[in-house]
Design a protein around this ligand. Sequence first.
Ligand code: SAH
Ligand code: SF4
Ligand code: F3S
Length: 483
Amino acid sequence: MQGLIADIDLIEEEKSTETCGYKVSNEEEFGSKKLYIESYGCQMNYSDSEIVTSILRKEGFGTTSHVDQADVILINTCSIREKAEQTVRNRLNYFRGVKKRNSDVTIGVLGCMAERLKAKLLEEEKIVDLVLGPDAYRDLPKLVKQAEDGEKGINTFLSREETYADIAPVRLNSNGVTAFISIMRGCDNMCSFCVVPFTRGRERSRDPQSIVNEAQNLLRQGYREVTLLGQNVDSYKWSANENNKARLEKSEETEIVNFANLLAMVAEIDPDLRVRFSTSHPKDITDEVLHTMSEYENICKNIHLPAQSGNSRILKLMNRTYDREWYIERINAIRRILGEECGITSDMIAGFCSETEEEHQDTLSLMDYVKYDFSYMFFYSERPGTLAAKKYEDDIPLEIKKRRLQEVMEKQRQYSIERNQLDIGKTFKVLIEGRSKRSELQMQGRNTANKVVVFDGDYPKGTYINVQIHDCSAGTLFGKVVA
Ligand code: SAH
Ligand code: SF4
Ligand code: F3S
């Protein structure tokens, strides 16, 4: 019964991982009661929605894309910037109308905003019946039942162990070719601008065998690419000793699996199953990971290595625990071990507390050095409770933040085009994901560096094909199929 729900339906078509939301399309026959779920924020949240859907399926819930047909409406939320939370508030306003038409519907808020605001959400948003933080989803069936009896519920307990390792996610908005697998949860870094350690709790890694099993299942169902997800995948660490005492009783050895080992384990499953991962942290990405990437053809050559800033003083205030020189050394290591072919992408924050014009220029010059293929770019948004909110004044005026962000975005646009132009004439192995969004007569897929490649023809999705590039835009390569 997997894969019955398909088609992404973007509510806000913004090219940022944190602001686009989807609702489920395609009706699912399964079950008598109906769930409508909408997600915002990073891929971890989207991945969690697939776990939540799986938990409610066991309670007899199918899914619907029509809010007015839903018995339960869930909104999986993001707190990363003020705008992300505003989007959720707007959606709750919209759901107010739905509840007026159908007072029986249960409305739940999940995810990071639920965790950050806790009971305040129930007070502020009267239509909300239940509030569940990211580690409390197993409680959902109980709270839904309570809500049906008219009792509001909340659970924002953060766990040190929960990884939902035993729950098989129900793939939402799937193309049937690519899927995400959460390999860890939480974050132990304390970047001063960031709300994630507060909303997602302590870092914990998932049993590698359950990750391999999930990837094998996906392969059997026809998927050909998995992306391993974590806030800081390089600090993935699983040891039989700490994480699985039962296993230790069987064998006396202490088995430690680090991220490079895990990558190799997943890559070994099948050469036709591609492996990607996100996000890497500049302080933690090791040469061992880079060598493992170079060893396996099916580990895609693309690294998301958020710099945030190109200035060492700002990086220190951000508590990123690396400086400009360290970051540049890691970029050099990527180029040394994986060559020019490897895609490198970043996240950048413009206008962090006390950033001077010169320090902003350092971010632009870092971009000149690296020549990123793509970046997610933001202006700083102060988040209550974070270290930066407590210690530093949010003193850069909004117009200046916006102007600096514009300059960062313009710089990125130039390099996206420049990097894509270098691909003209080259031939790439492309994994076909389906029809092109622009034209029914074209297909699209991605190359190893995660660039979208569009080409003419009609080929089965989930297969590999060689495409020679003859043209490009800032976001897409255009080519034709070659033998
Ligand atoms: N774990 C990832 C990032 C997760 S959040 C990492 O360490 O890189 C995604 C991105 O949102 C961050 O990389 C950062 O660029 C941005 N971000 C986080 N907090 C922000 C804030 N308060 N204001 C603006 N952008 C922010
Ligand atoms: Fe936030 Fe830093 Fe953790 Fe990324 S590594 S989630 S930016 S605290
Ligand atoms: Fe947002 Fe939470 Fe992800 S704050 S970016 S949904 S971890």
